[in-house]
Ligand binder design. Structure first.
Ligand code: B12
Ligand code: SF4
Length: 476
C-alpha cells in the first residue's frame, strides 16, 4: 500500500481575512484512500497567516522550504495536490516541483475544479505534474493508487485520469459519478487539527454566526440546473445525488459529538432540490434533540419551498438561509442566466423563511451581458419588496466551462484561453455594452446601501437568540 500526502495548493486573494472552512474534498479523498489501507496524511499550507505582497494581494500559504520539509518528513509515494482555481495553479505546480526535488520517485497527481475545467493543461504547463484527475475522485483516486501500488498500470481504465504517454498527454473522459453517496466513508476529520477551520470563518463571525465552532456538511452533490455562470457540474457531474437522511444524521452525530462543532455550514449546491428529503433531515434532527445551529451559505433553491419546510428548518436550528435571487429582471434571470425560477417562487420562499423568523441573505449577480439600466432598476424594485436581512452582491465572473464564458468569447470580450486571474469579489471582471466597471461598482454600492450593516447584525443575532436550539452540541 502507498503513503499518500494530500496538499491544498497555496493561493492568492485580495481579501486579507478570507473565510476558511474545512476542506471537505480532501477529507473525502483521505477517507476513501484510508479505506483501502493506504497511509494518508493531509497538509494545508494555506492555514498560515496570509502575507501581504507588494501588489496588495494576500498570499495564503507558507514558505517553499516549509513545504519541502513537510513533504520530506512524510516521504510519500504519492503527492496529491488539490487545486480549484486558476489563480492557485502556479502554486500547485510549484508544490509538484518541490515534491519531485525532495523525494526520489515520488508520483504527483493534481485534482480539483481547476483540473476538471482545463483537463490536460496542468500536465502541459508543468513537467513535475505526472497525473491529473477529472471530477469527484472518491472512487477513482483509490483505483489509481491501487494500480500504482500493484505495479499494474492501465491508465485508460481509470475514469477521468490524465497521463503522459511519450511526448503526448492522454486522458480518459469522466463518465462515472458516485451513484450512491451513502457508500462513501465520512470525511476524515480526525486526520487534521480541525480547530483552525472551526474558528476561522471570519465572514460568519462578522454576521454573528460563527462565534461557535463550525464545521461543514455536504448532504448532496451537484445540481441539475444549468445557470449560465456556474461551473460546479465540471466536478460533480450533471446529476444531483442526495444522501439518505439517516446517513446525513450519522455524520452529524460525529460532527457534533466527536468533533464538538456547534454550528454547521450545509455546503450543498442544492440542499432543497428534493423537498421531502430536506424535510426528513430536519425532522430527524428535531427527533434526536440535537443542540446546534446551521445555515446554508451556498444558497438554497426556492423551488417548492413551503411553510412546512421553513418551520422544520427553524425548529431544527437553522439560523440563516441564503437565497439565490440573482436578478429582479425576469429576462436576465431566466433567459440570460438560465435560472428557472419565477419571481413568485422567490417571494414565496423568502416569505416562508421570514415568517418563521429565519433571517434571509439574498444573493444577486450584476453585470451579466445584456443587463441594462432598466433591468438593474427591476432588481432594485424587487429588492425593495423583499424582507431580506442582508444582501450579497457579486459581479458576474466568467469561469471557464460556463455558457457565460463562451458568450463573452463569442462577443470578443474575452479571448479563448482567458482565465480568471483573480477573484476578489470587489472588482468586476469585464465591462458590458451597457455598464463600465465604474458603473458596476456604483450599482453594487446602490444595492448594498439598501441593507444597512447594523440592521443585518441585529436581525441575525436576534435570529440566533430566538432559535429553538441554542447551546452546546449534544444528542439527547
Ligand atoms: C466549500 C467551498 C469553499 C470553501 C472551501 C474551499 C475548498 N478548497 O474546499 C471556502 C469557503 C474556503 C471557499 C473559498 C473560495 N471559493 Co469556494 N467553494 C466551495 C464549494 C461550495 C464546495 C466545495 C466542496 O467542498 N465540494 C465538495 C467536495 C466533495 O468536492 P471538491 O472539493 O471539488 O473535491 C472533489 C474533487 O474536486 C476532487 N479533488 C479535489 N482535490 C483533489 C486532489 C486530487 C489529487 C485529486 C485526484 C482529486 C481532487 O475529488 C474531491 C472528492 O470528490 C464550491 C462549490 C462546489 N460545489 O464545488 C465552491 C467553489 C469551488 N468556490 C469558488 C470560489 C470562487 C471560491 C473563492 C475564490 C471565493 C472568493 N472569492 O474568495 C474562494 C477561494 C479560496 C480557495 N482557494 O479555496 C467557486 C470556484 C469557481 C471557479 N474557480 O471556477 C465554486 C465552484 C463556487 C462557485 N460556483 O462559485 N470555497
Ligand atoms: S442553481 Fe446554483 S448550483 Fe445549480 S446550476 Fe444554478 S448556480 Fe449552479
Amino acid at each position: 500500500m502507498s503513503r499518500i500526502l494530500l496538499i491544498q495548493a497555496p493561493h492568492t486573494l485580495a481579501d486579507p481575512m478570507a473565510h476558511r472552512t474545512e476542506l471537505l474534498g480532501i477529507e473525502y479523498l483521505a477517507a476513501s484512500l484510508r479505506k483501502d489501507a493506504h497511509e494518508v496524511s493531509f497538509y494545508d499550507p494555506t492555514l498560515a497567516i496570509p502575507i501581504c505582497r507588494s501588489d496588495g494581494l494576500h498570499y495564503y500559504g507558507c514558505s517553499e522550504s516549509e513545504i519541502a520539509e513537510r513533504i520530506k518528513a512524510f516521504a510519500p509515494d504519492i503527492v496529491g495536490i488539490s487545486c480549484h482555481h486558476e489563480f492557485a495553479a502556479l502554486n500547485a505546480y510549484r508544490v509538484a516541483e518541490i515534491a519531485k526535488q525532495n523525494v526520489p520517485n515520488v508520483v504527483t497527481i493534481m485534482g480539483g475544479l481547476f483540473v476538471s475545467t482545463f483537463i490536460e493543461k496542468p500536465l502541459q504547463d508543468c513537467q513535475a505534474v505526472d497525473f491529473g484527475m477529472i471530477g469527484e475522485a472518491d472512487e477513482t483516486f483509490p483505483e489509481f493508487a491501487k494500480q500504482l501500488s500493484s505495479g499494474k498500470t492501465c491508465h485508460a481504465a481509470v475514469d477521468g485520469l490524465i497521463w503522459r504517454e511519450g511526448y503526448t498527454i492522454q486522458h480518459k473522459e469522466k463518465t462515472r459519478y458516485i451513484e450512491d453517496l451513502d457508500t462513501l466513508p465520512f470525511p476524515a476529520r480526525d486526520l487534521v487539527d480541525m480547530r483552525p477551520y472551526m474558528t476561522g470563518c471570519t465572514d460568519y463571525r462578522l454576521c454573528g454566526l460563527g462565534f461557535q465552532p463550525a464545521l461543514s456538511l455536504l448532504t448532496s452533490r451537484s445540481c441539475p440546473n444549468r445557470c449560465s455562470f456556474c461551473n460546479m457540474r465540471l466536478v460533480h457531474g450533471p446529476r444531483w445525488r442526495g444522501r439518505s437522511p439517516e446517513n446525513v444524521i450519522a455524520e452529524l452525530d460525529e460532527i457534533l459529538n466527536k468533533h464538538h462543532a456547534s454550528h454547521v455550514f450545509v455546503m450543498d449546491d442544492n440542499f432543497t432540490l428534493r423537498i421531502e428529503r430536506a424535510k426528513r433531515i430536519c425532522e430527524l434532527i428535531i427527533q434526536r434533540g440535537y443542540r446546534f445551529h446551521w445555515n446554508t451559505p451556498n444558497g438554497v433553491s426556492v423551488k417548492g419551498v413551503d411553510a412546512e419546510l421553513a418551520s422544520l428548518m427553524k425548529r431544527s436550528g437553522c439560523v440563516c438561509v441564503s437565497v439565490a435571487i440573482e436578478s429582479g429582471s425576469e429576462y436576465i434571470r431566466t433567459i440570460v442566466m438560465n435560472k428557472k425560477t419565477a419571481r413568485s417562487e422567490i417571494t414565496n420562499a423568502i416569505g416562508c423563511f421570514v415568517k418563521e423568523g429565519i433571517p434571509v441573505v439574498g444573493y444577486v449577480v450584476i453585470g451579466m451581458p445584456g443587463e441594462n439600466e432598466h433591468h438593474f432598476m427591476e432588481t432594485v424594485k424587487l429588492l425593495k419588496t423583499l424582507p431580506l436581512t442582508s444582501l450579497c452582491v457579486s459581479f458576474a465572473v466568467p469561469f471557464p466551462g460556463t455558457v457565460l464564458f463562451e458568450q463573452l468569447v463569442k462577443d470578443g470580450i474575452l479571448h479563448d484561453g482567458a482565465t480568471v486571474e483573480m477573484d476578489d469579489e470587489e472588482t468586476p471582471c469585464f465591462e458590458t455594452a451597457d455598464f463600465t466597471k465604474k458603473d458596476l461598482l456604483r450599482r453594487r454600492d446602490i444595492l448594498k446601501s439598501m441593507f444597512p450593516r447594523m440592521r443585518v447584525l441585529c436581525e441575525i443575532v436576534e435570529g440566533l437568540c430566538t432559535s429553538s436550539r441554542p447551546g452546546r452540541s449534544e444528542a439527547l
